[in-house]
Design a protein around this ligand. Structure first.
Ligand code: FJE
Ligand code: FE
Length: 302
């Protein structure tokens, strides 16, 4: 093998950027600020992804008691810490670099509130579940920062939240097949990352500036979402003088009808009506919501 670095092309058909969005700050929850990229008016759904929020929250703001049904939420902390509590008594705090992969399935009611002074920052991604999995038992997968799979090579660092990169695998089980990679590229670094050909995939830039898809394209800065076209993977260059950090997320599209009512995501209007009924009557997975309020909610003095 000679001159492998230049001539070895891992990808046959690199994906190009087909749409670009800047996620501007908006209010959500109770006084919280989110930059919503997927899930906003112009991009209601990017199958199987329902919402991508980059959140920035300072106490007493937060996301007090609310339900979910029919999808998964993935919370990945970037700064500070958050406490979550649910109606089954599941409670915990996640800090910078930690990850909570929550399969809401048939129903979760929980609160998500700041656990520290200052500003808590992170990403929350909502992944849809297929019709046959919407009513499964709720499940949590939690990984502390020190246990997140990492690999470093040729100026590239990757934290493997889900899927596989640079020969390193995540232990997370993704009910809807998903990959979620947190990349940091040093100045001058060049990445080639395979992505399954039939999957939808996007980039969200966290820090610095990168060239995505085509070496001649213009740089993209933080808080931008890039939707990728078809192909077998992604090429990225850091031609700047600062580190570049972004997430690459891909998922197998479900190709099913979708009816969403806030935090309930089902396939038909009948199922949404049923869900509202279940929630209001504390049945079919919402039994424990009847007498439950989170500690954070109880301590609010009103
Ligand atoms: C929610 C309003 C909400 N983005 N990012 C309505 F704010 C929420 C919600 C969140 C959320 C929570 C965290 Cl920790 C981070 C978020 C929205 O909790 F689920 C509905 N239905
Ligand atoms: Fe929630």
């Amino acid at each position: 093998m000679h001159d492998q670095k230049e001539s070895c092309n891992l990808l046959k058909e690199p994906r190009l950027v087909v749409r670009k969005f800047l996620a501007r700050p908006q209010h959500e929850g109770l006084g919280a600020i989110v930059r919503r990229s997927i899930g906003r008016f112009e991009l209601k759904y990017f199958d199987p992804f329902l919402v991508l929020d980059e959140f920035s929250v300072t106490a007493p703001a937060g996301f007090p008691d609310h339900p979910h049904r029919g999808f998964e939420t993935v919370t990945y902390m970037l700064q500070g810490s958050f406490t979550h509590e649910d109606f089954e008594g599941h409670k915990g705090t996640i800090g910078a670099g930690d990850l909570q992969w929550m399969t809401a399935g048939r129903g979760i009611v929980h609160s998500e509130m700041p656990a520290a002074q200052g500003t808590q920052k992170g990403l929350q991604l909502w992944i849809n579940l297929s019709s046959k999995h919407k009513m499964i038992e709720p499940r949590y997968q939690e990984i502390l920062s020190k246990d997140v799979a990492e690999a470093i090579k040729d100026g590239i660092k990757v934290r493997v939240i889900a899927g596989e990169a640079l020969g390193t695998k995540s232990p997370i089980y993704t009910r809807t097949p998903t990959m979620y990679l947190d990349f940091t590229l040093k100045p001058g670094a060049h990445l080639q990352q395979p992505v399954p050909i039939s999957w939808n995939a996007f980039i969200y830039v966290l820090e610095g500036e990168g060239i995505f898809g085509n070496t001649k394209s213009s740089p993209t800065a933080a808080h931008h979402l890039l939707l990728l076209g078809t192909g077998d993977g992604l090429e990225v260059w850091n031609k700047s003088s600062k580190p570049l950090r972004f997430i690459l997320v891909g998922g197998e599209p479900l190709g099913e009808p979708l009816v969403q009512f806030g935090p309930f995501v089902m396939n038909t209007q009948e199922e949404i009506d049923q869900t509202i009924d279940d929630f209001e009557n504390y049945v079919n997975g919402f039994e424990k919501a009847r007498h439950w309020r989170s500690e954070s909610n109880l301590s609010l003095d009103y």
